[in-house]
Design a binder for this molecule. Structure first.
Ligand SMILES: O=C(O)CCC(=O)C(=O)O
Length: 358
């Protein structure tokens, strides 16, 4: 059923990323000098298009995720295109900022894609020889992790023996991993996406066992710990083996990063942001050695692995130097702590210059 909501342009202008209609479009509606006054009447329909009161074509036909969230929160209008978004209580007026000028490695088209969709895929970055070196190191930690999970009755946090294992903050223990997280390509890409001062924020391996139907549910990487600069966290998901729809590749909801931090529910499988698969989800199958680079705010999930080999991936998150984590204590007070542990969150770029890996 089509629903419509009556409002004014003044109210629509409260949407922080509101873009004024082209002056010619506005003039075509009879608004003098192409300027639409705040008190002019408007209608928003269930496709989230905006119409002026003269009833001609749509003045705005934009259904970006942040606009969808504004319409959900303000008018109770749900769009067919987007899932229902539940804002994190600390997400007070988040606005997505586009990447500026002065890029080093991203082309304009890639920067535009990251801004619009929240991700770019960089194919075939790592040689098989280097992959072998990294995987050999990770496999050593993996055995210990799987053993610890077995001793804990098969489950240790979100690791489940024989199904999926997560091994966290290994860069401090492995020279190959330290080389990987500070590859010049990644350093320069983080310069383009984050800025001149960048730290490693988090790293973890994720192994999906053969014939494991476990999914890793829809979440934002910022959905585990709230941070004060969520729009600047960037994740590099590095495929250490091939990853496709049958072996547990990455799935994303393009464009949904623009809504900022969302509420996550805790589940056995991990924190989750949507109960059901959103209709706009897309798979990102990649060959071993490729990297999916995405915004820490982009909702994503991985599927099960029906193959007879282990799907291996490394998640590396980067953040601007100076970023803080914010937790809420039982008395409702904010507990602020800097994400700058020198062993696990070391700098990779200072004033635009690589600090490690050279
Ligand atoms: O590699 C996977 O299967 C899941 C990775 C992921 O989304 C994460 O660790 O946040």
């Amino acid at each position: 059923m089509t629903r419509e909501v009556r409002t004014t342009f003044g109210e629509l202008r409260e949407f922080a990323s509101w873009v004024e209609p082209d002056a010619r479009v506005a003039a075509g509606y009879g608004f003098e000098n192409g300027v639409i006054p705040d008190q002019a009447q408007a209608t928003v329909d269930s496709s989230l298009a905006v119409f002026g009161s003269t009833g001609r074509g749509a003045i705005v036909a934009d259904s970006r995720a942040d606009w969808a969230m504004f319409c959900q929160e303000r008018f109770g209008l749900d769009s067919a295109r987007w899932p229902s978004f539940r804002r994190h209580p600390l997400n007070d007026g988040f606005v997505w900022r586009s990447i500026g000028n002065g890029k080093r490695v991203l082309s304009d088209a890639e920067a535009e894609a990251y801004d619009r969709d929240g991700y770019v895929v960089v194919e075939d970055v790592l040689s098989q020889a280097f992959l072998n070196e990294v995987v050999a190191d990770l496999d050593r930690f993996e055995e210990a992790r799987a053993e610890a999970a077995k001793l804990a009755g098969g489950k240790n946090t979100i690791t489940q023996a024989g199904k999926v294992t997560f091994n966290v903050q290994l860069a401090r223990h492995s020279a190959a991993l330290r080389e990987l997280v500070a590859l010049p390509l990644l350093q320069h890409m983080m310069h383009d996406l984050i800025g001149p001062n960048v730290r490693l924020y988090w790293d973890q391996s994720v192994y999906k066992s053969p014939h494991s139907s476990l999914i890793f549910p829809w979440h934002q990487d910022t959905g585990y710990t709230f941070v004060d600069r969520p729009g600047q966290i960037v994740t590099a998901w590095i495929a250490l083996t091939d990853a496709n729809e049958d072996s547990g590749c990455m799935w994303v909801l393009p464009g949904a990063h623009r809504v900022g931090p969302l509420v996550h529910e805790k589940s056995e499988l991990g924190n989750l942001v949507f109960d059901a698969d959103p209709s706009g989800m897309v798979p990102l199958p990649v060959r071993a050695g490729s990297i999916v680079v995405f915004a820490g705010l982009l909702p994503h999930m991985t599927g099960g692995n029906s193959q007879n080999w282990t799907r291996k991936a490394l998640v590396v998150e980067y953040a601007p130097d100076g970023m803080n984590r914010i937790a809420i204590d039982p008395w409702g007070e904010h507990v602020v702590s800097p994400a700058n542990n020198p062993h696990t969150q070391f700098e990779i770029l200072r004033d635009g210059r690589p600090t490690v890996g050279r």
